[in-house]
Design a protein around this ligand. Structure first.
Ligand code: SF4
Length: 409
């Protein structure tokens, strides 16, 4: 786990500062707060002076605290199906219960910050729109957003104008709430910082291509917090510069995060937040390192262009892995498995997130046929631990690593 990396404490401090600043602004009304989906137009919001809060990180905290099942029934009781996104149901359920994991983590913070406006992008799924609309009704504040494409193979010029226009259309309602006019120079600066954050985060993740790998998926899912909530800020970039230094040193010392690393595995899909520690230990005992994942790489955005801010934002938001077709994803996973020198692939079929589960239309079988890389699918969920069978998962993973061992022999 990430505590093996000293710079994890720098990232933890970053997250603490981030939540304290939001909490202060929420209590004192000193700054406007915009809620944003994880790949929503954060750069635009920052450029308008908003503090930006991402509810998905709050949901991930609920998942990691293993309390999601306590709250999901509250959301079910008001009409949200148990089959939809458990980020949504656990977050709304926790709100209905008046409970937040922020209190345990940060003592003086009792709840997420109240929004002045909520801004979604459906590039990842429709659930985020419904999720934000519920809070919009609760707080009686505007909910605006971008509706985008999905199942895109090649992102072409024809995809861009309509999304760029939708982003431009956000400016007026945002200015009305922010009480300021958009400063284009500040927007460009924010985009530059975001690009830098993305490049640094990519460098962090790519260090795992080294044998032995200095970090694993179980480190990255916690280290990625700054890339998710802090892109567009200097503070996030400073954290990653420190982390990269440490990773370089580990590479120089030939120090892997899994002692005696023997197997390298690629992970598709979301983490099971409530099982980070136990899975990390399980793989470590098997001398297997989960070197990379589709999930953590989703916060690498390469297409920002400050001379075309809206068009390039549109391109970034439609190029996201989750919005792409099976054909694109298949090639991407094959390329990544090769780059990270993976011996096999694990697909997490997350029951309540079909959008992040890529094993439902024959992709694992096609990739195995083309590359010879063995795979397993584990059934589980991001937050709802009632959908996770620990024994079955353990048995499957142990058998998979045995299979990898046989292949090596
Ligand atoms: S992508 Fe999945 S986990 Fe994320 S908000 Fe949408 S349904 Fe939930």
């Amino acid at each position: 786990m990430s505590k093996r990396l000293k710079s994890a404490s720098v990232l933890n401090k970053f997250m603490a500062d981030y939540y304290y600043e939001l909490d202060e602004a929420s209590k004192t009304k000193s700054k406007k707060i915009a809620w944003c989906t994880s790949v929503g137009p954060a750069e635009l919001l920052r450029a308008l002076g908003f503090l930006v809060y991402f509810p998905e990180t709050h949901s991930a905290m609920i998942g990691a605290s293993k309390t999601a099942a306590d709250f999901i029934p509250n959301a079910n009781a008001i009409g949200f199906s148990p089959d939809i996104c458990s980020y949504l149901t656990s977050d709304i359920g926790a709100c209905l219960a008046g409970v937040s994991p922020l209190e345990k983590a940060y003592k003086t913070i009792k709840s997420p910050p109240a929004p002045d406006i909520l801004v979604f992008n459906t590039n990842q799924c429709r659930d985020v729109q419904d999720w934000f609309c519920w809070y919009g009704r609760k707080y009686n504040v505007p909910v605006i957003g971008i509706n985008t494409y999905n199942c895109v193979t090649d992102v072409t010029d024809s995809h861009i104008p309509s999304i760029a226009l939708q982003i431009k259309d956000l400016i007026k309602p945002l200015e009305a709430v922010a009480g300021v006019k958009l400063d284009f120079d500040f927007l460009k600066q924010t985009m530059l910082l975001s690009m830098k954050c993305s490049a640094l985060w990519e460098e962090v993740l790519n260090s795992a291509a080294t044998i032995p790998s200095p970090l694993s998926f179980f480190d990255s899912v916690t280290l990625m917090g700054a890339a998710v909530v802090g892109r567009g800020t200097d503070a996030a970039n400073l954290c990653y510069q420190k982390l990269i230094k440490e990773l370089h040193q580990k590479i120089k010392n030939n120090e892997g995060c899994v002692p005696d690393e023997k197997f390298r595995i690629y992970w598709d899909g979301m983490p099971v937040w409530g099982r980070l520690r136990s899975y990390s230990e399980l793989f470590e005992n098997l001398k297997a390192c989960i070197v990379a994942s589709t999930y953590c790489n989703s916060w690498i955005f390469k297409d920002f262009d400050i001379d075309k801010p809206f068009e390039s934002m549109a391109r970034v938001y439609v190029s996201l892995f989750i919005t792409r077709s099976e054909e694109y994803k298949e090639k991407y996973i094959k390329d990544m498995a090769k780059f990270f020198k993976a011996d096999g692939i694990i697909y997490h079929d997350a029951k309540t997130c079909p959008n992040n589960s890529n094993c439902r239309y024959g992709m694992p079988q096609r990739i195995e046929k083309d590359t010879g890389l063995p795979f397993i699918t584990i059934n589980g969920d991001l937050n709802d631990l009632r959908l996770v069978s620990d024994e079955q998962t353990k048995t499957k993973i142990e058998a998979f690593v045995e299979q990898l061992e046989d292949r090596k022999a």
